[in-house]
Design a protein around this ligand. Structure first.
Ligand code: SF4
Length: 396
């Protein structure tokens, strides 16, 4: 039994009204319109319905939308002139009205361990980071994508949390990170079915809290999952949240992607400090939301992320409390040795403390891998991302 005594609010208390409030608040940080200064419309990031409507507006039939979708998301082309199934005059007309863009890779760094970090610059000059973490033995890899420029949440161990929220990323910018990372590895056309992929999974664990930008994240992931394009299955996408409880239900029922929860502490007093969102949605409510997460099963376990901070959250008592907390949830625990960044207040737990902690969790029947730090030398490891983008006063 959990030592936490707070009674969870009923799921119904956290539904419509609170979701509406969250969505209204996040809309204040909307990205700029996905258009060029010359008026050309960005096609990446449009839903199928929106693409249909854009093409209908220039007199094109629905099958054109299907063709163009295929060229953009399956073939990965960025020029209409390469769309060989479309006649030249229409290619030229499309190029006058539309653009197929990518975020600009302002900086690309590859770590000694082959982790690659991209600093992407968007059209308004704002920047966010994306990290590709290869698994060379298995010939695959994860793309860690950002959902916001900066973050509102100020988790104490996280470098991004020291950068105030500038704005949400749009669907084009979220999908664009994956597509641009793929350009960098030349992995077009999209591999089909079980064909191995170098960029095989997406983790929404970069800068920002994805559930505070749900509309754009959901739209982007729907595009990524579309079978006639990039076609990454929902099983290959993991959304990591620090615990925006009301949106977790919606994410589970609408997107059905895997869930990761940044837990990091097993007592409310400590989690209030490490993950300040806990003051709003305390541990008991978070756990209740995990228990009802629709997409969780033994085959698709919820990942609890737990950063190991020396002398803060890494004792055997903490491990035993963690096990009690997640009892009955199809779960695994990712132990993350703290990755220091300039000015960080914490130290990494000792290897002995991490191993002892992992053993207790494993003895209780949960898989408990210790994440080996990747890309530390280029500040690409978990919790180290940050850009220089700043908010320049309220937007009109
Ligand atoms: S851990 Fe995630 S939610 Fe917390 S400050 Fe960092 S980016 Fe934001």
């Amino acid at each position: 039994m959990s030592s936490v005594q707070i009674k969870p609010r009923d799921a119904d208390d956290l539904t419509t009204a609170e979701r509406v409030r969250i969505l209204a608040k996040t809309a204040r940080f909307d990205p700029p319109a996905a258009k060029l200064a010359d008026g050309r419309r960005e096609l990446v990031g449009l839903s199928r319905e929106e693409l249909l409507a854009e093409l209908a507006a220039i007199g094109q039939k629905p099958f054109r939308a299907k063709q163009i979708w295929h060229w953009i998301y399956h073939q990965g082309v960025t020029e209409f002139s390469r769309m060989s199934s479309i006649a030249r005059p229409l290619q030229e007309e499309l190029a006058k009205q539309f653009v197929i863009g990518r975020p600009e890779a302002a900086l690309v760094q590859t770590s000694a361990d082959e982790t690659r970090k991209f600093l992407f610059r968007f059209r308004d000059g704002q920047e966010a980071e994306t990290v590709y973490i290869p698994d060379r033995q298995e010939d695959r890899g994860a793309v860690c994508i950002s959902s916001q420029v900066g973050c509102t949440l100020s988790c104490r161990f996280c470098h991004t949390g020291t950068q105030t929220l500038v704005r949400n990323l749009g669907a084009a910018e979220i999908v664009g990170q994956f597509m641009a990372a793929r350009d960098s590895y030349n992995e077009w056309p999209s591999p089909k079915g079980e064909t191995p992929r170098l960029l095989s999974t997406i983790v929404l664990m970069g800068m920002g809290e994805p559930l505070y930008n749900y509309a754009n994240v959901a739209k982007a992931m729907t595009i990524v999952m579309d079978n006639e394009g990039i076609a990454l299955s929902r099983r290959r996408i993991t959304l990591s949240t620090s615990g925006v409880v009301p949106m977790m239900d919606r994410c589970g029922s609408e997107l059905g992607v895997n869930l990761a929860v940044s837990l990091h502490a097993v007592r409310d007093d400590l989690r209030d400090e490490l993950v300040p969102l806990n003051r709003k949605y305390p541990i008991a409510e978070l756990m209740a939301a995990c228990r009802r997460y629709p997409a969780a099963s033994n085959a698709r376990r919820i990942t609890f992320e737990y950063v190991m901070l020396k002398g803060i959250n890494d004792t055997p008592e903490d491990a035993r409390a963690l096990v009690r907390l997640i009892a009955g949830i199809p779960a695994k625990v990712n132990l993350i040795p703290f990755n220091p960044w300039p000015g960080s207040a914490y130290e990494t737990s000792t290897r002995a403390a991490i191993d002892a902690f992992a053993q207790i969790v494993m003895d209780a029947g949960f898989s408990s891998p210790v994440r080996s730090p990747r890309g530390r030398d280029i500040l690409a490891a978990c919790g180290q991302l940050r850009t220089e983008s700043r908010k320049e006063g309220p937007r009109a």
